[in-house]
Design a protein around this ligand. Sequence first.
Ligand code: PLP
Length: 385
Amino acid sequence: MEIYFDNGATTQPTEQVVQKMTEVLTEAYGNPSSLHRKGQEAERYVVEARKTIAEALHVPVETIYFTSGATESSNTALLGVAARAGKKRHILAAKGEHPATGDTLKRLAEQGFEIEYLDLDPCGRVRLESLKEKIRPDTLLVTCMHVNNETGIIHPIDQMGIVIHEAAPDCVFHVDAVQSFGKLPIDPVGWHIDLMSTSAHKIHGPKGIGFLYIRKGLYLPPLLTGGGQERRFRSGTENVPGIAGFGQAVKEAYEDMAGHASHMQGLKALLYQSLSEQIEGVSVNGAPIEETAPHVLNLYIQDVRSEVLLHTLEDYGIYISSGSACASNKPEEKSPALSALGLDAKAIDSSIRVSFSRYNTREEVLEFVRVMTQVVPMLRRFKRR
Ligand code: PLP
């Protein structure tokens, strides 16, 4: 039996996604820029996927630009805004961002931009008061993720957009929506989002494809130049199989988004309740589970090293992720989100992330809990020796 609880890292493409991509790879393999029928056939897949995405978000089709994923989208967004900054040098960001944003901000700091961090509440959410206090007439950009990939915390993007729009109407608002797109409702226009990054592989689509939403009327210079694809904004022959697969994944994600969310929320509640009843020293990192994204659960497991637990579970065919993504001893490098919550390196090393998809089941959750009741006491005995 294989239990895949690492859907925050990536998800399994659905059968229809694979079918759609296979169709493109085997039949509609033309280059969308070619003028002949084979090219037009491929182009139709790109047009259809863009339409599906635009309709899901209630935005015009021409605001969606396909990229190689959220890393490219966020780099294009942040570096592009910086390139046309003029005299404005002030950037506001949330602590605990994914490195696609965090490391790009470090590059901008090296170029002389002033990066200031917004305060978080004790649960790790951006405090709106802090945004109101820190935003200035010379604030160039505010960047914040919608759902944190490690903790599932939901930042108040809708309200942040209103604050930014009222306090500094020219300030650009970028949102990393990788962990929320297709899982929670998003309204880029109503929420005053200017730029938004996504990746297909978090919603049962393929890897290496995403899009950048660019609000109508906002000019952004391209990061990649060349053949002039994507209306001269993102050069490079289109990843047509990836785009078609992404469109299909969006269609399926939006078919019953609320139903999928409540299913995953139910799994999360069952897992946490059963685990904390049966094992002592288990607690949630971040906000109460009812307040976080349905698919993410971040747990502190006292006296257990998460990396050892991860590999032990692997032997049972169970896949989760550990709190720490690298060997560094600095909390902020180990885990940007958990260190933003104030956890020290030791607590981060005892934290795990369990992340669900709509295809996980209650039986899988109960089996996970059963295995945990066997392995956690064993690992604790080992650690205490
Ligand atoms: N932002 C968040 C919140 C993520 O979870 C990820 C992926 O883990 C990314 C950005 C980067 O996405 P990709 O690796 O698909 O470019």
